[in-house]
Design a protein. Sequence first.
Length: 364
Amino acid sequence: MSVGDARRDIAIVGAGIAGATLAAAIGDRANVLLLEAEAQPGYHATGRSAAFWSETYGGPAIQPLTTLSGPVLETGGFLQPLGSLHVGTAAEAGLADAFIAQFAASGVPLERVDPLARVPGLRPEWSVGVWEPTCAYIDAAGYHADALARHRRAGGRTVTDARLVSARRDGGGWHLATTAGDFTADVLVDAGGAWADAIAAAAGVAPIGIQPYRRTMVQLMPDPPVPAGVPHVAHLGGQFYFKPEPGGRLWLSPHDEHAVEAHDVQPEELDIAIAIDRLEHLVDWRVARVERTWAGLRSFAPDRLPVYGFDRHAPGFFWFAGQGGFGIQTAAAAAMLGAALLLGDACPAGLDPARYAPARFGRR
């Protein structure tokens, strides 16, 4: 590959966690340009993450990516112990058994426990629990910044306020028109998150149908403050999750998922109220005050698996999108896989590239 300044080997559109980690992974073997539509990378999804690493989050098809990413995050100092308690009522005991069964062959440690012994103030009807000890906090901002720094140290360039207007391919390369100027590259990588289909359309590539969804988060202060040792807590039926934060605070989500157009999404008052109501039905803590609320975008392909690989009908166009809400916890493995596919290397052991390839959509 060439290393000249006028033409880049690879242009990655989107400098969130997906684009940044991919750029860092290939920067020692390719001349990489990162293009970001916003004034700062990671504004929409990466910067609004719930920031936890859970091997079960996203289901069995996502778990190999998460598990493979774990040692990278741990070695880099981006994980801190947390643990996750998955809870339900007696009527939901079957959900607990099914939850454990679907990860039985994965090596993820899960066990039935008494949740009332692990969360002070938990209401007695929440008597079913599954413990996931490996769940951890992620320093999402630190990991993203580290990836951008590695990209920069490798000689890569990042251009912000560079929304892709159009892209055309001729002579074996891509000519990119952006709001920050024009660029050329041999390969165009679509790491645009919620805007992935729009980026494809701008390049004349048929969209896959990657749909953004709004997810709400609430930072609140309970009374009394959250006791030390409380883990991440998630409903087996998918109605809520929360995790403790410094100072006795809580980050709470109603686990909502509202299909929206890609935009600078904001929380809705109804979803905030639903989140608090569900918390109050779970524990006897009083909500002293709501300190902050926000919403983020989670983007899924039709089968809810990420899309990694070259488009069969658009030479030089590489999909790297559809990471749902698990983009940060899987980013290290995704970058390994993406780098292997882009550079022609062997794929990481334990990952089946066909599972995530754009070619799996029958119309492509």
